[in-house]
Write a protein that binds this ligand. Structure first.
Ligand code: DAT
Ligand code: MG
Length: 149
């Protein structure tokens, strides 16, 4: 079963959106297999956003993601990587569709509430970067026959 890494950024935590965001993925039918509230070290932030190292917004991005607690999560389900990104919406909240998390709650690109892995390779490397295998719970929700045909 496919897994993805999602993180509620410091703005999402400060704005009281933790429950609302988790509710959306639960209601969709995906399974939560990893969850922790944590402060992000500069080292972890720079590794996580390593692909953007040369971008002008990189220093601000690292500053922002280390500025307060983050909710790191791993979600499991059929097609969860692409679907979770659809639920998140476009990078810029002003162009993100209403109904998406960023479209409903955000205004600024530098305050876009949530991160989600963008492909199977990044999902795998981000899960390994943020979680140990002991921190992930493998379980089968009993409702799954009502979620999957
Ligand atoms: P996404 O988070 O949708 O995968 P991304 O990987 O292109 O977007 O960029 C990572 C984060 O960096 C993004 O969530 C917000 C920030 N960011 C991206 N482009 C930016 C820009 N032009 N100005 C400021 N911040 C930006
Ligand atoms: Mg990205």
């Amino acid at each position: 079963m496919e897994r993805t890494f999602l993180a509620i950024k410091p703005d999402g935590v400060q704005r009281g959106l933790i429950g609302e965001i988790i509710r959306r993925y639960e209601a969709k039918g995906f399974t939560l297999v990893g969850l922790k509230l944590m402060n992000v070290s500069r080292e972890l932030a720079e590794k996580h956003y390593g692909v953007h190292k040369e971008k002008p917004f990189f220093p601000g991005l690292v500053e922002f993601i280390t500025s307060g607690p983050v909710v790191a999560m791993v979600w499991e389900g059929e097609g969860v990587i692409a679907s979770a990104r659809k639920i998140i919406g476009a990078t810029n909240p002003l162009t993100a569709e209403p109904g998406t998390i960023r479209g409903d709650y955000g205004v600024s690109i530098g305050r876009n509430i949530i991160h989600g892995s963008d492909a199977p390779e990044t999902a795998q490397s981000e899960i390994a970067l943020w979680f140990t295998s002991e921190e992930l719970a493998s379980w089968q929700p009993t409702i799954n026959p009502w979620v999957y045909e």
